[in-house]
Write a protein that binds this ligand. Structure first.
Ligand SMILES: Nc1ncnc2c1ncn2[C@@H]1O[C@H](COP(=O)(O)OP(=O)(O)O)[C@@H](O)[C@H]1O
Ligand SMILES: [Mg+2]
Length: 267
């Protein structure tokens, strides 16, 4: 099982769209995929997938719902866990309730092949915790100074506080593949030199009007317009992502959940 954190620092670069479309693209490769919405600021996986979420992890934490009530099976085959609302509530759980929650989630999510975690913007402790609980960090950047600066700051803090050395970079909203590769080379050179980290290039996603249209229609681009330039690019990145050599052993679902529970920010 591969656990992927989609992150990158700056808001609006396309993290949630990347998390959603990579999930759908990986599901189309025949894999079992869980998409875990851990964006405490703007949880909007449901918006992009056209889901009407009535219950979240918060209802499980409060004891009103069971895990099976909140996991959403989508037409694309991706199972969505609306967790953002609920993560802060976990901080107050007793030891027994924690164990029960972990057991419930692990049982219900029976080891997907891939779990994608949408972490939200920023580089704060919460984001760092989520990324560290995963095994494969994917940094989403675009060709704007603020995005590059934020991404660099995130790499730096993850390197120093979590000892993460291996990152994957996906450049979004590019005009050409060349622009994506070029931006990656620049970021990689600086990070390599000053932070002693290794960056791998996952690929680029073009700036695509079909993506905006899909967002408005509340459908994942890969489902709505599978032959659009960005959808094809997501397909390529998905293939690369699942064939990455695993540097570290999979932390596993239980470890991931334990980390979240241990480090959940207070409500
Ligand atoms: N490849 C792209 N082509 C066109 N528009 C894009 C692309 N990626 C992102 N966008 C635009 O940026 C907006 C923000 O994307 P989102 O995934 O919500 O960002 P984040 O999660 O990083 O805040 C989208 O609603 C869309 O309008
Ligand atoms: Mg987002």
């Amino acid at each position: 099982m591969q656990i992927v954190a989609v992150t990158g620092g700056k808001g609006g670069v396309g993290k949630t769209n990347v998390a959603v479309n990579l999930s759908v693209a990986i599901a189309r490769l025949g894999k079992d995929v869980v998409l875990f919405d851990a964006d405490l600021g703007l949880a909007n996986v449901d918006l992009l997938m056209g889901l009407s979420i009535t219950h979240t992890l918060a209802d499980v934490v409060s004891g009103e719902k069971s895990v099976s009530d909140i996991v959403v099976n989508t037409v694309s085959g991706v199972r969505v866990v609306p967790a953002a609302s609920g993560i802060p509530e976990m901080a107050d759980l007793s030891h027994e309730n924690r164990s029960e929650l972990i057991r419930g989630l692990s049982d219900q999510l029976v080891k997907p092949d891939v779990m994608i975690v949408d972490t939200g913007a920023g580089i704060d402790q919460t984001v760092q915790t989520f990324v560290a609980a995963c095994q494969t960090p994917v940094l989403v950047v675009c060709d704007e100074p603020a995005s590059l600066t934020d991404c660099y700051a995130l790499i730096k803090v993850l390197r120093h506080s979590k000892n993460i050395k291996q990152f994957n970079v996906l450049v979004n909203q590019v005009d050409s593949q060349h622009q994506g590769k070029n931006l990656f080379e620049r970021l990689s050179a600086v990070a390599n030199k000053h932070l002693d980290v290794s960056l791998s290039y996952l690929g680029s996603i073009p700036l695509d009007p079909y993506l905006k249209r899909a967002v408005q229609e509340r459908r994942p681009l890969v489902t709505a317009y599978p032959r659009s330039p960005a959808a094809l690019a997501f397909g390529t990145c998905a293939e690369r992502l699942v064939s990455l050599p695993s540097e570290a052993p999979s932390p596993g679902m239980a470890f991931f959940l334990e980390q979240l529970l241990e480090n959940a920010p207070a409500a």
